[in-house]
Design a protein around this ligand. Structure first.
Ligand code: SF4
Ligand code: SF4
Ligand code: SF4
Length: 430
């Protein structure tokens, strides 16, 4: 265990997401300030090694002494294990991995990633936008249930594991306000092991399920479930491909494998701050009015962008719903304190720990300094893809309709709850 310092963040040796290399550290304090002011963790806990695994410090450390836990050796071993390797690619990876291979920030290289994953030995390559659509189906129905029962807000999103851990650590009294939905990668991981395996007559023990994500915290999240065997960040994937002498720029595009080949446009924008809110509200509208979401909801400007706290309201069935989108857990702390004193009220709140959402996740490339300009380019890459898609909300996605018909029955059914939902722990009492 490296000695504790007051000048930097302190990372324990058993942190599943982040490692620290003391040899290059000049104790500049940048990481500590990020963790304290942006993430809202440093200085708020008695723990010697408080951490929500977000990786924000790894993005900002000028000497790269803080990094994701490198599991590329594990990836290599799995790919040579003789087992069936199934990959899924999270939305934000497609608009950032290209930066490692000379593409402009925000370029969508989804088809080339599929080709590269096939080249290194992936048997099936799926798109996590499918898992994002599943999350929307479940979460939108949770919200509609609350509206119908007149339950007062806020309901919080739960797809960001760092935010979930933050709430468990600092505000466990709000655990019952958290959606019980697993994150998209974990929902999809569950479907791969429990449904995809069955219909393909594959023993689930023969499947190695690997998620490529922009997120260091997902490495910690998967320890809670048996759905996913390995999480590889965008940076680790770039490193692995370079070691294998694969240059993304030279590759042709390939398509995802069917069944979980596509999500809706709403699933794609999950990778950016405001995207979970926008997709869920599109679906809430669809559930209540049985109509395609309005033009405003298909281009919901109020919830987009990089402001620390974005607010919007919509009228559903005559009821005004107040919405907030919080960019970074540091601001979540401020908003929760205001909720507690009654200064503000919201019905539904999206929180992403990384400022900008997963496009600025802790496992994303460090080729460029992650300025707001780079974040906006990555965001726009996702919004452009959403706009181009014919299917813009989850329940119009035929792959989603199929998985409910064949396996899950309906949102919030017993079987959905078994495979797609979770519960939380009070970490304040740990
Ligand atoms: S930002 Fe990097 S160099 Fe600066 S204190 Fe933190 S770990 Fe050390
Ligand atoms: S990973 Fe996040 S919570 Fe952990 S030390 Fe770094 S900034 Fe703080
Ligand atoms: S915002 Fe996205 S990348 Fe960042 S911790 Fe949350 S899920 Fe991971």
């Amino acid at each position: 265990m490296s000695s504790i310092s007051d000048n930097r963040v302190n990372i324990s040796n058993d942190n599943p997401s982040i490692v620290f290399d003391k040899s290059r550290c000049d104790e500049c304090g940048i990481c500590k300030n990020i963790c304290k002011f942006n993430v809202g963790v440093y200085g708020y806990s008695d723990d010697d090694y408080p951490c929500i695994n977000c990786g924000s410090c790894t993005i900002m450390c000028p000497h790269k002494c803080l990094s994701e836990r490198d599991e590329t050796d594990k990836l290599r071993n799995y790919l040579h294990s003789g087992k069936i390797v199934v990959f899924q690619i999270a939305p934000a990876v497609r608009v950032s991995l290209g930066e490692e291979f000379g593409f402009k920030p925000g370029t969508n290289v989804e088809g080339k990633i599929v080709t590269a994953l096939k080249m290194i030995g992936g048997k099936y390559i799926f798109d996590t936008t499918f898992g994002a659509d599943l999350t929307v189906m479940e979460e939108a129905n949770e919200l509609v249930d609350r509206i119908k029962k007149g339950i007062k807000g806020p309901m919080f999103t739960s797809c960001c594991p760092s935010w979930v851990k933050f709430l468990e650590m600092f505000y466990p009294e709000y655990i019952s306000n958290l959606s019980t939905c697993k994150s998209p990668i974990s929902m999809q991981g569950s479907i791969i092991k429990n449904y995809f395996s069955k219909i393909n007559n594959i023993d689930k023990e023969d499947i190695i399920s690997i998620a490529i994500t922009p997120c260091t915290a997902k490495k910690a999240e998967i320890l809670k479930f048996n759905d996913i065997d390995l999480v590889i960040t965008t940076r680790e994937l770039a490193k692995y491909l370079k070691e294998e002498k694969i240059d993304l720029k030279q590759l042709k595009d390939s398509s995802f494998n069917s069944l979980m080949s596509k999500g809706s446009g709403g699933g794609v924008i999950f990778g950016t701050s405001g995207g979970v809110m926008e997709s869920t509200i599109r679906e809430v509208y669809h559930i209540l009015y049985k109509r395609r979401p309005t033009k405003r909801l298909l281009n919901f400007k109020d919830v987009r962008g990089l402001s620390n706290v974005k607010e919007a309201s919509i009228t559903i069935n005559g009821v005004i719903l107040k919405l907030a989108i919080i960019n970074g857990t540091g601001d979540a702390r401020k908003v929760i304190e205001e909720i507690k004193t009654g200064k503000v009220y919201y019905d539904f709140i999206e929180v992403m720990a990384c400022e900008g959402g997963c496009i600025a996740g802790g496992g994303q490339p460090r080729v460029y300094t992650i300025t707001n300009n780079i974040k906006l380019k990555r965001m726009n890459g996702l919004y452009k893809s959403d706009k181009r898609m014919k299917i813009r909300n989850a329940s119009n996605n035929p792959n989603i309709v199929n998985v409910y018909d064949e396996f899950l029955d309906k949102p919030l059914s017993d079987i959905s709850k078994k495979y797609l939902h979770t519960n939380y722990i009070n970490r304040k009492e740990e």
